[in-house]
Design a protein around this ligand. Structure first.
Ligand code: ATP
Ligand code: MG
Length: 543
């Protein structure tokens, strides 16, 4: 892996220390997604951190599906998560399921009961909230807290047997209702849910709670460093309690880091799912979605995402990264790799009146830009009729407008100078065509130095170019208010060079002056050529 965790991050320092003092011989990390949605760019940070950290020290990383919530989970999510992790460039050592461990978790719950460390509670959710206390007030003991071991074992068996209704009883850890940390006030460890599980079917109607299950999963697998986001910091005492009281052999260490937030980027799975369910977007992989499959369809490369995740660093305090920072890394990556071509997004026809009718010549065009290594040349057609961009022409331009206007001369990239002589309009006064003349002496590459022009325009041949749909994007949700941005998608019918005709899905191009574009894989399957704009060429962002 070419990206390495930046030196000096505090998690890496813990690992170095643990290896040095012999606490661990090898390290094992895990990425533990819940299969209740697609992975997003925030997950990429956790994935990159876990996999690269282990990799750097010769350790291993498991992919573990945290499938303890059968009501919300789905096979489609499982498949997409595996695909996205692989796409990012990582290979897990083992693939595990939390549900693989339901038997052990159940036995450990019985162990807790036998030790007097867990009890079956009949309080309703409302009562339980009341008994829990607040940040400033201690909680009260449940009236069911002092049930005997035998009774608890029997009631827990009843919960498991399916004879009780969902929510009728729960199993709780018995810790301390007056603890300052609310997570230690006799948290629930098992609930009844008569749901069919994708893995265990109808074998279970009780399911372990996340905070109880997670430390056990880590310990069973021998995870050494269990990395999670900051909101779990207050859960760590219970994490350690479970490992200790369940008498697990391996003792994983939970370490928290700040989750990734990005400006104008909503990452909540609940909100993303709503966009999908409401049909606001074209699925989880819509190019406007911050999901990995959406970013991929948009044209992001795995390298750019990994570099971004490494460069933003690992921190102990929450902050928000500017979305332009992510864009910076995709530009940096694509500028090295992607050939440059020309495309016209909003076409305006130009007739070159002194160019021979019926003739087409082929002009040499470099495939690379100045910042790139040589990528060879291609031959592009040029004839009497071409398209330029509508906003590269103005009939009455302001001062310092160097593009085309009546009487002005500009350079056509890879071709000739042209001069605008006449403007053709429809009855409503809209410009429909412009008439120009070209100067054969000014052919690109001819070394012409006779005079200079200030503007260079991109263009495509009107007959030979390929009609194509081009899509540009803005953030879909502008803020946490869930307001959908009405301008998040713009669909343009433009023209691209004929050489792009057989572009494969996910082919990437730089369109001169427009930015970087990706051939949409979903439309490609339907035989339709659609270019998604990954990112514009420039940003105002200074690094
Ligand atoms: P939900 O609570 O809706 O299930 P989640 O973000 O917790 O969402 P998980 O599938 O549980 O989703 O996440 C898997 C892993 O990814 C967790 O270890 C979590 O800490 C990490 N993760 C999720 N979101 C981010 C984020 N924005 N930044 C960094 N890590 C994240
Ligand atoms: Mg979660």
């Amino acid at each position: 892996m070419e990206n390495k965790i930046k030196p000096g991050n505090f998690i890496k320092n813990i690992v170095i220390e643990d290896l040095k003092n012999g606490k661990h011989k090898n390290i094992l990390t895990r990425f533990p997604p819940e299969p209740n949605g697609y992975l997003h760019i925030g997950h990429a940070k956790a994935i990159t951190l876990n996999f690269e950290l282990a990799d750097e020290f010769g350790g291993k990383t498991n992919l573990r599906f945290d499938d303890t919530n059968p009501e919300k989970e789905d096979e489609e999510y499982v498949q997409s998560i595996m695909e996205d992790v692989k796409w990012l460039g990582f290979e897990w050592d083992n693939l595990f399921w939390a549900s693989d461990y339901f038997d052990i978790m159940y036995e450990k719950a019985r162990l807790l009961i036998k030790k007097g460390k867990a009890f079956v509670c009949d309080l309703s959710p409302e009562e339980m909230r009341e008994y829990r206390g607040t940040l400033t007030e201690p909680g009260k003991n449940s009236p069911f807290r002092d049930r005997g071991v035998e009774e608890n074992l029997e009631l827990f068996e009843q919960m498991k047997s399916g004879e009780l209704a969902d929510g009728a009883k729960v199993l709780r850890a018995k810790i301390d209702m007056s603890c300052a940390n609310i997570n230690m006030r006799d948290p629930i460890i098992y609930r009844i849910a008569k749901a069919t599980h994708h893995n265990t079917g109808d074998k279970w109607c009780i399911y372990p709670m996340y905070d109880y299950a997670h430390p056990l999963e880590d310990a069973i697998e021998g995870v050494t460093h269990s990395i999670c986001t900051l909101e779990f910091e207050d859960h760590r005492p219970f994490y350690d309690w479970v490992i200790r009281e369940c008498e697990m052999q391996a003792v994983p260490q939970q370490i928290e880091f700040a989750r990734l937030n990005i400006t104008n980027t909503v990452m909540s799975k609940r909100k993303l799912k709503k966009l999908v369910d409401d049909g606001v977007v074209d699925g989880w992989d819509d190019p406007r979605m911050p999901t990995l499959s959406g970013l991929r369809r948009r044209g992001y490369t795995p390298e750019s995402i990994r570099t971004f995740c490494n460069e933003i660093g690992i921190s102990k305090s929450n902050s928000t990264v500017d979305a332009q920072y992510l864009e910076h890394f995709i530009r940096e990556d694509l500028i090295k790799k992607v050939p440059r071509t020309m495309a016209v997004l909003r076409p305006l026809k130009v007739i070159i009146t002194n160019y021979e009718e019926g003739k087409t010549e082929y002009l040499e065009a470099e495939n690379n830009n100045d910042a790139q290594e040589d990528m060879g040349v291609r031959m592009i057609p040029f004839s009497r009729e071409i398209y330029i961009e509508q906003d590269d022409f103005m009939e009455n331009p302001p001062a310092k407008y160097f593009r085309l206007f009546p009487g002005n001369e500009v350079r056509l990239k890879h071709a000739y100078f042209i001069k605008c002589n006449e403007v053709i309009k429809d009855d409503d006064g809209n410009v429909t065509q412009i008439h120009c003349t070209y100067d054969i002496e000014t052919k690109s590459g001819s070394g012409f130095t006779g005079r200079k022009v200030k503007g260079t325009l991109h263009w495509v041949d009107a007959k030979k170019s390929l009609p194509a749909e081009i899509r540009t994007f803005e953030p879909i949700l502008l803020d946490e208010e869930d307001d959908v941005n009405p301008n998040s998608l713009e669909i343009l019918q433009g023209y691209v060079e004929e050489g792009l005709k057989n572009s494969e899905a996910e082919s990437k191009y730089q369109f001169f002056r427009h930015g970087y574009f990706n051939v949409d894989p979903k439309f490609a399957k339907e035989g339709k050529l659609v270019f998604n704009r990954t990112v514009a060429l420039k940003s105002s962002f200074k690094l």
